[in-house]
Design a protein around this ligand. Structure first.
Ligand code: KIV
Length: 300
């Protein structure tokens, strides 16, 4: 066995993601919301991690991403950053700008993006929307923060879209998506998430990496919500998700086994128990009027 110290792993940057696209190497991205999952996703070899505002649904239990706040994104971003730091993670880290932080004013948007970087550990921020956000994106990029765009099904616009529905199915809407993609690239986006749109649309040539979710195989990379790819929610089975494990079932089984052993008093066993050669317990004499406040069972 070699005792050579391991060289620290180099963190991937947006330049690496661009190089991967140019070399025809696919980019694998997954979400993570806490330090443990960030470490596991990174150890699995993901090139990029997204702290998505999908955490509002899969972590907080809301029925949309709309209630997620900037403070919460900073909290989860920083947790993921610490998880990657402890395990010398290499995955590039993007954190979502939540609803309400970039729509009202460009100054607010720049300030929010800077906090996600300074306090939330982000190396890039992601925001949803098309050409109408070009100026916001220009200003954030000018402040030194890489921006990932997100078009197609944009969950923060769920009410405007009339639900979580596939976008760009007719040619007018498809053309609008293509011109949005070009506008976002021209505004300085370093990558683009394409969510739930016909696979034909992602064949379009853009010279920034495209990361698809429900956008077919032609994108430069793919992103999935980690809970979905691990099969944590047995009831959630959208067409675009492939479950690479069924951990929801495994967790229920494991907890069931634990509950059973506690109920049968077979856990903890000898190997889970501590002992002391010097420990003596004070016995409380039968019927003795000992003050209940006195320590009984303490070392003597
Ligand atoms: O919030 C999120 O997790 C996302 C991905 C699904 C792209 O935006």
């Amino acid at each position: 066995m070699s005792s050579q110290p391991q060289a620290p792993r180099r963190r991937l940057t947006i330049t690496d993601l661009r190089r991967m696209k140019a070399a025809g190497e696919k980019i694998a991205m997954a979400t993570a919301y806490d330090a443990t999952m960030a470490r596991l996703v990174d150890q699995g070899g993901a090139d990029a991690i997204l702290v998505g505002d999908s955490l509002g649904m899969v972590f907080q239990g809301h029925d949309s991403t709309l209630p997620v706040t900037l403070e919460q994104m900073i909290y989860h971003g920083a947790s993921v950053r610490r998880g990657l730091g402890r395990s010398q993670g290499r995955a590039h880290l993007t954190v979502d700008m939540p609803f309400g932080t970039y729509q009202a004013s460009t100054d607010d948007a720049v300030r929010a993006a800077m906090r996600l970087v300074a306090e939330g550990g982000a190396e890039a921020v992601k925001l949803e929307g098309g050409a109408e956000y070009a100026e916001v994106i220009r200003r954030i990029v000018r402040a030194g923060v890489p921006v990932m765009g997100h078009i197609g099904l944009t969950p923060q616009s769920v009410h405007k879209m009339g639900g979580y529905v596939v976008q760009g199915k007719d040619s007018e809407k498809a053309h609008r998506l293509l011109s949005d993609a070009r506008a976002l690239k021209d505004a300085g986006c370093s990558a683009l998430v394409l969510e739930c749109m016909p696979a034909e649309l992602s064949r379009g040539q853009l010279d920034i990496p495209t990361i698809g979710i429900g956008a077919g195989p032609h994108c430069d990379g793919q992103v999935l919500v980690v809970n979905d790819l691990l099969g944590l929610d047995g009831a959630f089975r959208p067409k675009f998700v492939k479950r690479f494990a069924e951990l929801g079932g495994s967790i229920v089984q494991a907890v069931g086994a634990y509950v059973d052993e506690v109920h049968r008093a077979s856990f903890p066993a000898e190997e889970h128990s501590f002992h002391s050669a010097t420990l003596r317990l004070v016995q409380r004499p039968e019927g003795d009027e000992v003050d209940d406040a006195q320590v009984v069972g303490a070392p003597v």
